[in-house]
Design a protein around this ligand. Structure first.
Ligand code: UD1
Ligand code: UDP
Length: 381
């Protein structure tokens, strides 16, 4: 029996972790035990507990309750907590996801005390180090023992950084194993898609019809913490809504909710709040959210996970960023970068909504990435 310690802390990590926990429960329960550590980075019920309940994720064995804070303090507090748990539990490996501060804290704490790190969602790069996530990803990949990339591009990025694609086992920090595995978020999209339609009644309660609205999410610091960008994005949404034929649904991340009060254009804020085509709601659960995605006519987002889900559910996507790690979406033309520029957003909307011939070939695996990852883990430990 091998013991894996999974570290999660932010919304997308609970979602990703659920795919692996489910695969352990269904296929590997005799070979793998998993202990979950929640750093407490996200803590509101609708940013944390709801995912554990709804996605049947095992209760965390530990919750560090680190909460919000500046990067350095938040990461350091997590590291101190993780280090003591690792010393006590002595797992065979630590499993981490994505690129948040919880990921970085797990990677540094484990690798420094010689516990192998398994990084799921390795190799993604924006080539923009002003993003905290880019620093987290690079550092994490360089101290990992097993690196699982959802895309071919991710593998290419790792090789370019000198992380060799070695096939000589056993893998260790100086001889890492690099694998192209598909996307575990796709595992979830397939698994929960039907359940979501059956269980969620959000569409009915918001009186939304299929294909009648645009779904928007926004939480990147570059958009929320630069008031002019936030203003310009909402101005564009308001302009698109003026035509009268499209509703907008905006489940707001708490970070953005806090910044909403600082929107420089007070009049715009009033107009949006009184526009009955624009509905702003608190962030919703995964099942509610994928229902919103499945029935939207277009998705506007700066989220990494939501960009991909737009693809899984075959929706055009406007990325409110200046670059993306998910370059396949741009190459296939299903998504466009539109930054936070009002004019660009309005133009991009016109262009994408008019496209009727978008194709969504299966580029994110076959929905069994979690099983593949666990087999490779078992082979190595
Ligand atoms: C974090 C990740 C980001 C990821 C996102 C997913 C880092 C550096 N960033 O960004 O990569 O895309 O999670 O959602 O790790 N807040 C609450 N309640 C909560 C959580 C947050 O009110 O439950 C508010 C707090 O004011 C907090 C702010 O949101 O200061 C930002 O939270 P934080 O976890 O620092 O970063 P995110 O923007 O959520
Ligand atoms: N999501 C959710 N409720 C919401 C918005 C998003 O459950 O109100 C889910 C979404 O389905 C996706 C994940 O959150 O799986 C994306 O996380 P987020 O946008 O917070 O972070 P990112 O992927 O950008 O790191």
């Amino acid at each position: 029996m091998i013991k894996i310690l999974t570290i999660v802390g932010a919304r997308p990590q609970f979602i990703k972790a659920s795919a692996i926990s489910r695969a352990i429960r269904d296929h590997f329960s005799k070979e793998i035990t998993e202990l979950i550590v929640h750093t407490g980075q996200h803590y509101d019920d609708n940013m944390s507990s709801v995912f554990f309940r709804e996605m049947e994720i095992p209760e965390p064995a530990y919750n560090l309750e680190v909460g919000s804070g500046k990067h350095g303090k938040q990461t350091a507090d997590m590291m101190a907590g993780i280090e003591s748990i690792l010393t006590k539990e002595n797992p065979n490996a630590v499993l981490i996801y994505g690129d948040t501060n919880s990921t970085l804290a797990g990677a540094l704490a484990a690798s420094k005390i010689h516990i192998p790190v398994i990084h799921v969602e390795a190799g993604l790069r924006s080539f923009n180090k002003s993003m905290p996530e880019e620093i987290n990803r690079i550092v994490t990949d360089h101290v990992s023992t097993l690196l699982f990339s959802p895309t071919e591009k991710g593998i290419e990025n790792l090789l370019k950084e000198g992380i060799s694609n070695n096939t000589e086992k056993p893998y260790h920090i100086d001889n890492p194993g690099v694998f192209h595995c598909g996307d575990i978020m796709y595992d979830n999209a397939l698994y929960f898609s039907k359940v979501a339609e059956d269980k969620s009644n959000l569409l009915a309660s918001l009186k939304l019809k299929n294909n009648s609205y645009v779904l928007v999410t926004l939480h990147r610091d570059i958009n929320t913490d630069v008031p002019e960008r936030l203003n310009s994005i909402f101005k564009a949404i308001e302009r698109i809504s003026e035509k009268g034929d499209t509703k907008f649904v905006i489940p707001l991340h708490p970070r953005t909710r806090k910044k909403w009060g600082e929107l420089p254009d007070e009049t715009l804020k009033d107009i949006i709040e009184n526009n009955n085509l624009i509905t702003i709601i608190p962030a919703v659960s995964y099942l509610d959210f994928i229902c919103l995605e499945k029935n939207a006519k277009l998705i506007m987002t700066d989220s990494g996970g939501v960009q991909k889900e737009s693809y899984f559910f075959e929706k055009p996507c406007m990325i409110m960023r200046d670059e993306t790690e998910w370059v396949e979406l741009l190459e296939l033309g299903t998504a466009q970068l539109c930054g936070a520029d009002e004019e660009k957003i309005v133009q991009s909307y016109k262009e994408l909504i008019g496209k009727k011939d978008l194709k969504f070939p299966e580029i994110y695996g076959d929905g069994h990435a979690a099983k593949f990852i666990l087999k490779k883990i078992l082979e190595n430990f």
